[in-house]
Design a protein around this ligand. Structure first.
Ligand code: SF4
Length: 295
């Protein structure tokens, strides 16, 4: 079911630039997401309350973005806009509504750089606009010497196991389709890579599996890769922690105690686990000659 909603603001300014995606702003044209990933952090995190399984379109997003970017551009407050941080900008409904496309036209008009996070091949439809943004965007002065691009396109992948992905990301294109789309973006001259988030403890985090994953991503020509662990938020029936434990109980009951010990009372795995994951990635990125992070 698709709801139409009016929002008060569409351009969110972060208190601090995001370390991974380098965005200072985010824009989410939709609320909810039809890809419906079980692990989706917006289900129960601090970023969103328990979310019912409904999708809403922010119908006044273009007029708001026009107003808000006009104000920011006038003050010279340029920064990368993440599109999107808590929804998929290219889910199937976008094909008909073209809302993301309208927002990109406004972003181009005010010359803001953009970071596209997607799992979908529909991004290819907008490469014409993205090329213009890439050429004309004004980067914040501290990023200019390091980045030199107005568009970053990242494809998120959690696993290459298709059976597992079908359960965990029931509405999303396969990881192979995402890499093929990334390859097409690269052929068109874009700066594009993979965000391997979330890596799934005991399911996609073994060194041999990460080795295969990074090798595959490199072979598809990614400019960069970055990695992040799984976060499990909330206790309510629509929260990702509840969904994820139901998934484990059904398909991998033997892993439940291991997860309980890894997550204990926190929403993220232990610091030691995260450090180990980052070290594995560093080793493998060096091995395959791929950049660990966007800059
Ligand atoms: S595609 Fe992204 S926003 Fe959509 S459900 Fe999956 S993780 Fe959440």
């Amino acid at each position: 079911m698709l709801n139409e909603i009016q929002v008060k603001s569409i351009l969110n300014k972060h208190k601090k630039r995001d370390d991974w995606f380098l965005d200072d702003y985010s824009v989410n044209p939709y609320s909810g997401c039809s890809f419906n990933c079980i692990y989706c952090y917006v289900r129960g995190s601090k970023y969103g309350e328990n979310r019912a399984n409904t999708l809403s379109v922010k119908i006044n997003a273009p007029e708001l973005l026009e107003k808000q970017l006009f104000g920011r551009a006038k003050k010279g407050e340029y920064g990368i806009i993440a599109l999107s941080s808590s929804t998929e900008p290219y889910m199937p409904i976008e094909e008909k509504l073209k809302l993301t496309r309208r927002l990109l036209e406004i972003i181009l008009k005010y010359r803001f750089p953009v970071e596209i996070s997607t799992k979908s091949s529909l991004v290819l439809r907008d490469l014409d606009l993205l090329k213009e943004i890439d050429k004309n965007a004004i980067l914040p002065s501290d990023l200019k010497p390091k980045l030199k691009r107005g568009v970053i396109i990242s494809f998120s992948i959690s696993t290459f196991d298709e059976k597992l992905a079908k359960i965990l990301e029931p509405g999303a294109p396969t990881a192979k389709e995402r890499l093929e789309t990334m390859q097409k973006c690269k052929e068109e001259g874009f700066f594009a890579g993979v965000c391997h988030i979330p890596v799934l403890p005991f399911l996609s985090d073994a060194e041999e599996e990460l080795d295969r994953t990074i090798k595959t991503i490199k072979n598809y020509g990614a400019d960069f890769i970055f990695i992040g662990g799984l976060t499990l938020f909330g206790k309510g029936p629509a929260d990702c922690k509840t969904f994820y434990y139901k998934f484990l109980e059904k398909y991998y009951p033997e892993l439940v105690p291991k997860y309980k010990s890894l997550y204990r009372i926190f929403f993220a795995p232990s610091k030691e686990y995260q450090k180990e994951l980052e070290e594995k990635l560093k080793r493998l990125c060096e091995k395959y000659g791929i950049k660990n992070g966007i800059i």
